[in-house]
Design a protein around this ligand. Structure first.
Ligand SMILES: C[S@@+](CC[C@H](N)C(=O)[O-])C[C@H]1O[C@@H](n2cnc3c(N)ncnc32)[C@H](O)[C@@H]1O
Length: 240
């Protein structure tokens, strides 16, 4: 199969098609390629969101995909979750997983775009986007949309890949740029998906720059935590 290295977040329809095509393999590959550490990253982000939320009625899981963040919120609180994602096949898996756990009454899966959320102003108590904002070309607008739908004093948490530094960074680079795309391509049979991942991480701003963007958008008390030697970074901002 020809490798398509050309897919970029600017080609949004192409990105959504790609996530639809890898949906059946997505969870398996996530856990395999991260050696299961992705579960810890999502738990960290969810606990941060819950710790900074006075009201815990309903949360937005933006770019929810197959729902691992939303389901973690449900398992760690009594809240409801609205999961928004443009990839219908990813959302269908979210729905199935919620039903299997008997949690379907607390979840709403909604097909939608982070750049124009199908939610009214101040309608949720907090929002989390995990490994999603990298896929949206206009990050400031996506952050503004989350700010719009979250109630004042609510929290917005962003979990995203970043680049580890030093010697570990060199070893990780080899894994991330060579081994991961090879395994991803082999298992998912999608020629572009797991080359798209390292390419978009490479292009994502470093943590201080992304935190600055959150401040520019208007979030208060912006902070970030580098997890697992900086493989991912978790950002927090409070809506004014
Ligand atoms: C890497 S997956 C992350 C899924 C999930 N949050 C997780 O933690 O596993 C990225 C998700 O972003 C979604 N996505 C891409 N463009 C988007 C957009 N414009 N608005 C919202 N979600 C988008 C994709 O469909 C995909 O499900």
């Amino acid at each position: 199969m020809r490798e398509n290295n050309q897919l970029t977040p600017q080609d949004q329809k192409g990105v959504w098609r790609m996530f639809n095509s890898i949906a059946p393999y997505y969870d398996f590959l996530n856990h395999l390629l991260s050696l299961n550490i992705d579960r810890y990253w999502r738990r960290f982000a969810v606990d941060l969101l819950l710790a900074h939320s006075q009201e815990r009625g309903i949360f937005l899981d933006l770019a929810s995909g197959t729902g691992d963040v939303g389901l973690t919120i449900l398992s760690r609180s009594d809240a409801k979750v609205v999961g928004v994602d443009p990839a219908t096949k990813m959302l269908a898996i979210f729905k199935k997983k919620a039903e299997k756990k008997g949690l379907e009454e607390r979840v709403f899966e909604v097909v939608g775009d982070g750049l124009s959320l199908p939610l009214s102003d101040s309608s949720v108590d907090g929002a989390l986007i995990a490994f999603g904002i990298r896929n949206i070309p206009d990050r400031a607008s996506a952050l503004k949309e989350m700010e719009r739908v979250v109630r004042p004093n609510g929290a917005v948490v962003v979990l995203e890949f970043s680049k580890p530094e030093g010697f570990f960074g060199l070893v990780y680079d080899l894994y991330f740029h060579r081994i991961l795309p090879f395994l991803g391509r082999l298992i998912s049979k999608d020629p572009s998906a797991y080359s798209y991942l390292p390419k978009t991480v490479e292009e994502f701003p470093p943590p201080p720059a992304f935190a600055h963007l959150m401040e520019q958008v208007g979030f208060l008390k912006v902070r970030y935590w580098r997890l697992t030697q900086g493989i991912v970074t978790c950002y927090l901002g409070i809506v004014s």
